[in-house]
Design a protein around this ligand. Structure first.
Ligand code: ADP
Ligand code: ADP
Length: 228
């Protein structure tokens, strides 16, 4: 579904953030990029939805060089969830979920039904949460809204950059468990970034351990744990 082929990224100031990575994220699976701060995880993510362009090598989406895809088209199929979800405070929770371009042109009834379905999926009962203001929600609840919004477009791929990173440990574990349960329903290919090895082991079908711009280990959680 996503393939990195000898990908490098040098920023304009000379920082060589990604140094020749090769790996694949198979359709319907979750791959976790794990490694210390500054090792190139976020840069790697941004190369998928073309928020950054590789300096060398190729990123493939479904067999096509992402460079040959229209960025807006690509981002419609590739959802993005980050640590700071960035909800609009002047809109209700429901309106926030409905901001994705895909829902434009839908009639009000269909949008409402879709929003309710998504809020239910992320365990925010719509009758209780749809008309609330995001500022009244806890961090965990806001993050759930962010996930619902990312799923609104029914993306084939979801990029998740430390999605639960700002939450307290208990809420974080709750959202991890919930998200694992949701995953079975949504059939989405996921690239997940974290600096927590525990989170990587829990969330990933495959784990790519990054260090200084390179993937230094790539394996299943079980194989990583069994390693001497
Ligand atoms: P991580 O997500 O693992 O923390 P990043 O991909 O954010 O790592 O950053 C990798 C390296 O690239 C770091 O040294 C960071 O400072 C640098 N970097 C990230 N973005 C830019 C940028 N826009 N310009 C220059 N250097 C950058
Ligand atoms: P994280 O470590 O959570 O991945 P960062 O704090 O490294 O995020 O980066 C936050 C934002 O700042 C990103 O958009 C990244 O591209 C940018 N950035 C990071 N390092 C640099 C840098 N050295 N120069 C310019 N921009 C940077």
């Amino acid at each position: 579904m996503i393939r990195f082929d000898n990908v490098h990224k040098r920023y304009e100031d000379g920082t060589h953030a990604v140094r020749g990575i090769d790996f694949e994220v198979a359709e319907g699976t979750t791959t976790v990029l794990v490694g210390p701060s500054g090792c190139g995880k976020t840069t790697t993510m941004k190369l998928v939805n073309r928020l950054e362009e590789p300096s060398e090598g190729t990123v493939y989406y479904d067999g096509t060089d992402v460079h040959d895809l229209e960025a807006t088209e690509l981002r419609r199929e590739v959802g993005y969830v980050i640590q700071d979800v960035g909800l609009f405070d002047h809109m209700t929770v429901g309106e926030n979920v409905a901001t994705v371009p895909d829902l434009k042109g839908w009639d009000a009834e269909r949008i409402d039904a879709r929003v309710d379905e998504l809020l239910t999926l992320v365990d925010l009962p719509p009758e209780e949460f749809r008309d609330r203001n995001p500022t009244e929600l806890s961090g965990g609840q806001q993050q759930r809204v962010g996930v619902a919004r990312a799923l609104a477009a029914d993306p084939d791929v979801l990029l998740m950059d430390e999605p639960f990173g700002a939450l307290d440990p208990i809420t974080r574990e709750e959202l991890q468990d919930e998200f694992l349960a949701i995953q079975d329903d949504i059939d989405t290919t996921i690239l997940f970034v974290t600096h927590s090895i525990d989170e990587a082991l829990k969330m990933g079908d495959h784990i790519a351990v990054m260090n200084q711009g390179q993937v230094v280990q790539y394996d299943t959680p079980k194989a990583l744990l069994d390693r001497p």
